[in-house]
Design a protein around this ligand. Structure first.
Ligand code: FDA
Ligand code: NAP
Length: 447
C-alpha cells in the first residue's frame, strides 16, 4: 500500500499507537465491550515498533519486583471477573495455589512480564509488531468541513502504509533522559538499554563501573553490577545524601486510586500542586526499602571484611562525560568537596530517568489544532482526549503524558484498567452521538 489513503478505504474506530501495557489494556477493554455489546463492534488495530511484545525488557533484572499489587493488572479494577486478570494467568499457568502460599502482593517483574505476554497473545490478531507509526494526519474533507478521520502512517517490514481511523490512542511510553551533553555509546548506557548493553560488553574489561542516579533503576542496577561483576569496583553517583525510600504506605498510596484522578483533574491548581509537593516521593527519585537495605548490607559486609568495592559518592551529580583513551571520565559536581572531581570508569550507566510522552512529534502540523495551557502543555479532556481549538469529529486520546491533568498515575500501571475502560466508553459514546447527529441531518434534509 502507498502512503496516501483514499476516502473509501477501510475505517477503524481506533488505532492504538504503541502496544505496551496501556494499549494492551485498551485492546482488552474493547474485547470485553464486544462481549457485552455484540451489536456495537469497535474496529481497532494496534501498532508496535518492537518485533514482539516486550515491557522494559532491558530492566528485567532477576529479583526486581513490581511496584504495584498484582491486582492492579490489565483489567481487574475495571472488571473483577475478567478472563485477562493476573489471577486468571496464574490459574492458566498452574501456579495460583502456590502464588497464594507465597503471600506476596508484589510479583517479580519477570513473572509480570510473563503475564503481559500471555494477555498480549490472546489479542494478537489486532496487533502488528515491527510496525512504527511515523505520522498522524487529518483526512481532508469530512461532514461540513469538520475533520472526522485520521490517516496514520506506519512503517513496517514490508514498507510504509496508511491506516485510516476515527480516533487514535497514543501510548508510546516514557522517553529515556540523559544529562545535557551526554550521548549513549558502547561505554555510556542509559538504564533503558542496560541488559542489552551489559550482555554485549566484554565483562573482563569492566574493572570499574559507575551508576548515576538515586531512583529505583539506579539502585537495582548497582545491585546487579555488584552481583555480576564480582571483581569490579562499583561506584554509585548519588545526588542525595543517600537513597530515599519510596513511600508506598496506605494513605499515600491512595493518590494512585481511580478516584484520585477525578480529584486531581477537577481539583484546581493549588490542589494539583499539593499532590506533587507532598507525594512526589511515591514514585520519583526514590527506591523500595528492601533494595536500600540490601545495598546497605553489602557495603557494611565489605567494611567487616575489609575489602571495599561498592562506593557511594553522595551529594554528587555528573556534570560532564569525556573519553580519555579507552576509558570514560566522569566530571563530578560534588556538593561536599566544592572542587570538580573525576572518576574514570570502563562503563557508566545513567539511570537518570525519563521524560513524559509528548504526542506533538507524531501530530506534526496537525498539533496546531490542539490547545495548550499557560505552561505549554496539551490540554486534555477528562476522557483523555486532546482538547482542540476547532471542531473535530476525530479524536486523539493519550495513555500517558497526562500527569499535569490527570495526576501521578499517568505514567504508571495503577490505573490502566480503569483508564482504558474510560477511553473505550468514550469512543463508543462519541461514535453513537455522531451517528445520531448525522441521522438527524439526513432527516432534516429530507423534510
Ligand atoms: P510502555 O513504555 O510500556 O509502552 C509503549 C510502547 O510503545 C513500547 O512498546 C514502544 O516500543 C512503543 N512505541 C513507541 N513509539 C512507537 C511508535 N512510534 N510506533 C509504534 N510503537 C511505538 N509502573 C508501575 O505502575 N509499576 C511498576 O512496577 C513499574 N515498573 C517499571 C519498571 C521500569 C524499569 C520502568 C522504566 C518503568 C516502570 N513503571 C512501572 C512505569 C511504566 O511507565 C509502566 O509500567 C508502563 O510501561 C506504562 O505502559 P505504557 O504502555 O504506557 O508504556
Ligand atoms: P527517576 O526516579 O526519575 O530517577 C532518576 C535519578 O537520576 C534521580 O535520582 C535524579 O536525581 C538522578 N539524576 C538525574 N541527572 C543526574 C545527574 N546528572 N547526576 C546524578 N544523578 C542524576 O528514574 P528511574 O529510577 O528510572 O525510575 C523511573 C520510573 O520507573 C519510576 O516510576 C520507577 O518507579 C520505575 N521503575 C520501576 C522498577 C520496578 O518496578 N522494579 C524498576 C526501575 C524503575 P534528582 O532527584 O536530583 O533529579
Amino acid at each position: 500500500m502507498g502512503t496516501a489513503g483514499s476516502r473509501n478505504q477501510e475505517i477503524h474506530d481506533v488505532v492504538g499507537i504503541g502496544f505496551g501495557p496501556s494499549n494492551l489494556s485498551l485492546a482488552i477493554a474493547l474485547e470485553e465491550h464486544q462481549t457485552t455489546s455484540p451489536g456495537q463492534p469497535v474496529k481497532a488495530a494496534f501498532f508496535e515498533q518492537q518485533a514482539e511484545f516486550g515491557w522494559h525488557r532491558n530492566m528485567l533484572l532477576p529479583n526486581a519486583t513490581m511496584q504495584i499489587s498484582f491486582l492492579k493488572d490489565l483489567a481487574t479494577f475495571r472488571n473483577p471477573t475478567s478472563r485477562f486478570s493476573f489471577v486468571s494467568y496464574l490459574h492458566a499457568a498452574g501456579r495460583l495455589v502456590q502464588f497464594v502460599n507465597n503471600q506476596d502482593f508484589f510479583p517479580t517483574r519477570r513473572e509480570f512480564h510473563g503475564y503481559l505476554e500471555w494477555a498480549a497473545a490472546q489479542v494478537a490478531d489486532r496487533v502488528s509488531y515491527g510496525s512504527r507509526v511515523t505520522a498522524i494526519r487529518p483526512v481532508p474533507g469530512g461532514v461540513a468541513g469538520v475533520a472526522d478521520l485520521l490517516d496514520v502512517e506506519v512503517s513496517g517490514p514490508t514498507g510504509t502504509r496508511v491506516v485510516r481511523t476515527r480516533n487514535v490512542a497514543v501510548s508510546t511510553g516514557l522517553v529515556p533522559r540523559l544529562p545535557a551533553g551526554v550521548t549513549s555509546d558502547e561505554r555510556v548506557w542509559h538504564s533503558s538499554e542496560f541488559l542489552a548493553k551489559f550482555g554485549a560488553a566484554d565483562k573482563a574489561g569492566l574493572r570499574s563501573v559507575a551508576v548515576v542516579g538515586a531512583g529505583q533503576s539506579a539502585a537495582e542496577i548497582a545491585r546487579y553490577l555488584h552481583d555480576n561483576l564480582p571483581a569490579a569496583q562499583v561506584s554509585a553517583v548519588v545526588p542525595s545524601y543517600g537513597y530515599t525510600v519510596a513511600d508506598d504506605t496506605p494513605f499515600a498510596n491512595q493518590i494512585f486510586d481511580p478516584a484520585a484522578v477525578d480529584e486531581y483533574y477537577f481539583g484546581g491548581a493549588r490542589a494539583r500542586d499539593a499532590f506533587w509537593r507532598y507525594h512526589r516521593n511515591t514514585n520519583y527519585s526514590v527506591v523500595d526499602s528492601d533494595v536500600i537495605r540490601d545495598l546497605f548490607q553489602r557495603t557494611y559486609d565489605e567494611q567487616v571484611e575489609g575489602a571495599k568495592r561498592l562506593h557511594f559518592r553522595n551529594l554528587t551529580k555528573v556534570a560532564e562525560v569525556r573519553r580519555v583513551g579507552d576509558r570514560t571520565r566522569l566530571v563530578l559536581d560534588a556538593l561536599l568537596d566544592g572542587e570538580p572531581q573525576h572518576l574514570d570508569v570502563d562503563a557508566v550507566v545513567f539511570a537518570t530517568g525519563y521524560d513524559v510522552l509528548d504526542p506533538a512529534r507524531l501530530l506534526g502540523d496537525f498539533d496546531r489544532n490542539f490547545l495548550r495551557d499557560e505552561a505549554g502543555r496539551h490540554q486534555v479532556e477528562r476522557d483523555y482526549r486532546l482538547v482542540s481549538s476547532v471542531e473535530l469529529g476525530c479524536g486523539v486520546y493519550l495513555q500517558g503524558g497526562t500527569e499535569h491533568t490527570h495526576g501521578l498515575s499517568s505514567s504508571l500501571l495503577s490505573n490502566i484498567a480503569v483508564r482504558s475502560g474510560e477511553i473505550a466508553d468514550s469512543i463508543v459514546l462519541r461514535r453513537a452521538e455522531q451517528q445520531l447527529t448525522q441521522e438527524r441531518a439526513v432527516v432534516r434534509a429530507a423534510a
